[in-house]
Write a protein that binds this ligand. Structure first.
Ligand SMILES: [Zn+2]
Length: 371
């Protein structure tokens, strides 16, 4: 049975349906591409159910949540952020109003703003931001600079995971520098976005393993620009093999699916590849299928859904619907779809980096800085 996407999260699916969380997505202006994105651009890419071929089988993939940050607050123009910590994050909050599949991370601007802004934002908008975002390259400041620490105090106080852009070794966003700040706040989950953008990911993988074995920081990573064009999945293979066997046991719960869309090939003018979002997901999932055999399905479920659901504490009211013969999620009232069909069973509605040196599997970073 075909899956329908009507206005709002209303789906009718049959067959194999998989739920996913994209933990790394953006709205706003992105200087390196001279492009402006909106939440509508995000939804255009990932709101419709995606028909993917995984391990030789067709399955329907639904992105249940996108975790979004505002690029206006992550970019400098004329030496200062386009939007400050209050206006940038509040703009995004307004843009996301009423969209259940959008969750927000608040951009922090150490060196340019003040942690007090973030505290004000969080206290005045309780529950509206599920994490904090740092980009030590576009808002240049080393990840381990003392100016980052007051923000980490806020993260600790509000129990918020912190997503750090991670890049080249020795850069402001060097995985080891992020590890340094994470060690000072060992209860705060710190996510290495891109697992070291523009690298072969080995340094970031080793940092994660070291932190787990020493049990001195709570490091996670996301899969944005990792093996995104390589169905052999070499970096994730190495990462998972190492995290499966740490001194603390299996720590593959530290890996989150993310994309960085709509940047780069996902949607940037001149770089966009049609259906790249689906291609990316197919590559990563098929890489796991190929490399992990019988374990693959469990790993995919964790990396693409459960790990983010658990880390960001989304499970209480937001569990994915149970499968049924007609798997129906109906939350919105507005139906702008086309056609109504009735069956004896019921009614079915159809509607229709750093640019320096890049590894072979992250050539996007040769052309485009990641966020
Ligand atoms: Zn990003």
């Amino acid at each position: 049975m075909r899956v329908a996407r009507i206005s709002g999260p209303l789906y009718f699916t049959g067959g194999k349906t998989k739920y996913n969380i994209d933990s790394h997505v953006h709205s706003g202006k992105w200087g390196p591409e001279n492009a402006r994105y909106t939440i509508n651009d995000i939804l255009e890419i990932s709101e419709k159910p995606l028909e993917l071929n995984i391990g030789g089988e067709q399955e329907t993939n639904i992105i249940k949540y996108n975790f979004v940050t505002n690029l206006d607050a992550l970019n400098l123009e004329n030496g200062k952020p386009i939007k400050d910590e209050l206006n940038g994050n509040l703009d995004l909050l307004k843009e996301a109003a009423g969209k259940d599949n959008i969750k927000l991370l608040a951009v922090c601007q150490p060196g340019y703003g003040s942690a007090e802004n973030i505290e004000k934002l969080l206290s005045e908008n309780p529950g509206k931001f599920i994490g904090l975002k740092f980009h030590p390259e576009t808002l240049p400041i080393a990840a381990n600079d003392p100016k980052v620490e007051p923000y980490m105090e806020i993260a600790k106080k509000y129990h918020l995971p912190c997503l750090f852009h991670s890049g080249l070794s020795g850069s402001n966003s060097c995985p080891r520098k992020i590890y340094e700040i994470a060690k000072k706040f060992p209860d705060v989950p710190v996510i290495l976005a891109h697992l070291g953008a523009g690298t072969d990911h080995k340094d970031a993988i080793n940092v994660m393993v070291e932190s787990i074995n020493k049990n001195d920081a709570l490091l996670y990573c996301d899969t944005s620009w990792v093996d995104h064009k390589d169905p052999n999945g070499p970096a994730l293979k190495e990462l998972i093999e190492k995290l499966s066997n740490t001194i603390q046991g299996d720590k593959t719960d530290r890996i989150l699916f993310g994309t960085d869309m709509p940047l780069g090939e996902f949607g940037a003018p001149g770089h966009k590849i049609k259906n790249f979002y689906s291609i990316n997901m197919e590559n990563v999932k098929n890489g796991l299928k190929k490399n992990f055999g019988q374990q693959a399905d469990e790993l995919i479920e964790k990396i693409f859904y459960k790990n983010a659901e658990t880390l960001y504490n989304l499970s209480s009211n937001n569990t994915p619907p149970k499968k049924s013969f007609f798997n129906i999620i109906a939350k919105n009232k507005v139906i702008t779809g086309i056609g109504i069909f009735c069956t004896g069973v019921g009614s079915i509605f159809y509607a229709k980096n750093k640019s320096n040196k890049s590894s072979s599997n992250s050539d996007t970073n040769e052309k485009l800085k990641t966020a």
